[in-house]
Design a binder for this molecule. Structure first.
Ligand code: EPZ
Length: 416
C-alpha cells in the first residue's frame, strides 16, 4: 500500500490543471445504459472510482474504445445485475439502478451498505422508483426492481439527495408521461446530467432549481458529451494556496460552482482573481477564523468541510464548523489533532481553536476528503507528514502529487 510523504512549510505558487469532475462522470457513465449505440464521453478523470464504474458497465455487457473521447458501446448490454463485489467498493454504483429499470424494466443491484462518513441509505431512491410504478424488493442484500411499465408521477424528496435526483431523472426520462421531482438536488453535477440527457433527446425543465419536470420520451440517442471541471478538486487546490500562504491558479474551472467556497475563503483572508476560465487564489499573511455550515448546493459543500477545517487549524481565532449533511464526517479531526490541532467536537459541530503552527506527523486517511485535508495540513506543517491509506485519495484526485509538485510542494508517494 502506498503512503504519501510531505515536507511542509513551502508557500505554493503556480497553476494547477483541473481534471474532469468525478461526481459528474459517474452518473454520466451510468446514463449510457439508457440506450444502445456508441456513446462518446470526453475529459473523463483518471480515478479509481471511474475504473470501478467502467468495470461495472463492462460486467453489464458494455465494451469500450479507450481514448478521449472514451467510446462506450452499449448495444451489447445484456445483464441488469450490479454485484456486491463492485457496489461495496463504490456506493455510487447504485446509479445504474434508474437506467437499467428504465431500459430493461428490471434491475438487480446490491445494496451499498454503510460508509465511513455515514449510514447513507438509498430509501429515497427506492421510494421514488416505486412512485414510478417499479416493484422494489430487498432480497439477500440486493434491490430487486421490476416493472411492466414506468409511469410519470410527482415525487417529493425528504432530503435533496444528489444521486437520488440523478437516479430518478434517468428513470423518468423514459417513463410514460410527466414526472415532477420536488425538493430535488441543485448540484452542478445534476445540472450537467440533465443537459446531457436533453442532448440525448430527453425533455427536462427546471434543473438547477428544486423542482424538476421531466416529460418522458420513447427513445434516446447516444451521448456525445464533455465533462465539466471538478469544482471540489479546484476548491481543494485554492485552499492549498490559503493554508500555505501561497498563490495558486486553477484552470479550467467554472466560478459559479465555487461561490460558497470562495466566499468563505475570502472571509478567511484570501484574495481572488476570477475569470471565465481560471481562478487565482492568493493566501493572506493571516488566516482569519471563519464559521462554516455545510448545506446542499448552492450552500457550502460538505465535500470541502475537511479541507477548510485543516486551514482553520492555523487561523487567528476560533471557528465553528457544522456538518449538516453526513452524520459521521469528522474522521479527519483525530488525525489533525495528531498534528497538533486544537479541535473539540460536540455532536455535528467542531470547535477549531486556531494555532500558529502544525507539526508533521504520521497520520491515517479514512475517506476521500479527509485524506485531502491531511495533505493540506501536511503542506503547511513544520517537518514531515506521512499519510497512510492514500488509496482513498486516488478515488477522487487525479495525480495529486504531480500537481502539487508542479506548484512547489515537497511531496512524494512511496510504497509502504
Ligand atoms: C453525493 O453523494 C456525492 N457523491 C458525495 O460526494 C457528496 O458528499 C454528496 O452527494 C452530498 O453533496 C457522488 O455524487 C457520487 P446525498 P450522495 O444522497 O448522492 C441522505 C465525495 O466526496 N439520504 O445527496 O450519496 C444521506 O444519508 C462524495 O466525492 C437519505 O437519507 O449524497 C445524506 O445524509 C462523498 N436517503 C443526505 O441525504 C437517501 O435515499 C445527502 O446525501 C439518499 C440520501
Amino acid at each position: 500500500m502506498d503512503k504519501i510523504i510531505i515536507e511542509g512549510g513551502v508557500p505554493l505558487n503556480g497553476t494547477v490543471q483541473i481534471s474532469g469532475a468525478k461526481n459528474a462522470a459517474l452518473p454520466l457513465l451510468a446514463a449510457t445504459l439508457l440506450t444502445g449505440g456508441v456513446h462518446r464521453l470526453r475529459n473523463i478523470p483518471r480515478l479509481r472510482d471511474i475504473r470501478t464504474a467502467k468495470t461495472l458497465l463492462y460486467h453489464l455487457g458494455a465494451t469500450f474504445e479507450e481514448g478521449d473521447p472514451l467510446c462506450i458501446h452499449t448495444d451489447t448490454v445484456d445483464s441488469y445485475e450490479a454485484p456486491y463485489d463492485l457496489v461495496k467498493t463504490m456506493r455510487a454504483s447504485v446509479l445504474v439502478l434508474g437506467p437499467l429499470v428504465a431500459r430493461f424494466k428490471k434491475a438487480r443491484v446490491s445494496l451499498p451498505g454503510g460508509c465511513a462518513i455515514g449510514a447513507r441509505p438509498i430509501n429515497l431512491h427506492l421510494s421514488g422508483l416505486e412512485r414510478l410504478g417499479v416493484k422494489i424488493e430487498l432480497l439477500h442484500g440486493y434491490v430487486e426492481a421490476s416493472a411492466k411499465r414506468l409511469v410519470g408521477n410527482h415525487i417529493y424528496f425528504d432530503i435533496p439527495t444528489v444521486t437520488g435526483t440523478a437516479n430518478l431523472m434517468m428513470a423518468a426520462v423514459l417513463a410514460e408521461g410527466q414526472t415532477v421531482l420536488e425538493n430535488a438536488a441543485r448540484e452542478p453535477e445534476v445540472v450537467e446530467l440533465a443537459q446531457c440527457l436533453t442532448n440525448m433527446g430527453g425533455s427536462i425543465q427546471g434543473v438547477g432549481t428544486s423542482v424538476i419536470t421531466i416529460e418522458g420520451v420513447s427513445e434516446l440517442r447516444p451521448m456525445d458529451h464533455t465533462i465539466m471541471p471538478d469544482r471540489i478538486e479546484a476548491a481543494t487546490y485554492l485552499t492549498a494556496a490559503g493554508i500555505t500562504r501561497g498563490n495558486i491558479t486553477v484552470r479550467p474551472c467554472i466560478s459559479e460552482h465555487l461561490e460558497a467556497v470562495i466566499h468563505k475563503l475570502e472571509q478567511a483572508g484570501m484574495l481572488f482573481e476570477i475569470t471565465d476560465d481560471y481562478i487565482q487564489g492568493v493566501g493572506g499573511k493571516t488566516i482569519h477564523n471563519t464559521d462554516i455550515k455545510t448545506d446542499p448546493h448552492p450552500g457550502f459543500p460538505t465535500d470541502m468541510q475537511a479541507q477548510i477545517m485543516a486551514m482553520m487549524c492555523l487561523a487567528n481565532g476560533q471557528s465553528i464548523i457544522t456538518e449538516r449533511i453526513f452524520e459521521n464526517r469528522f474522521m479527519h479531526v483525530s488525525e489533525l489533532k495528531r498534528m497538533g490541532a486544537d479541535i473539540s467536537i460536540e455532536g455535528n459541530t467542531a470547535i477549531v481553536r486556531g494555532r500558529s503552527t502544525l507539526q508533521g506527523a504520521p497520520v491515517m486517511a479514512t475517506d476521500l476528503r479527509a485524506s485531502a485535508s491531511l495533505v493540506l495540513a501536511g503542506l503547511a506543517a513544520e517537518g514531515v507528514t506521512e499519510i497512510a491509506r492514500v488509496y482513498h485519495l486516488d478515488r477522487g484526485y487525479q495525480g495529486i502529487e504531480e500537481k502539487l509538485r508542479g506548484v512547489g510542494a515537497k511531496i512524494e508517494r512511496v510504497k509502504e
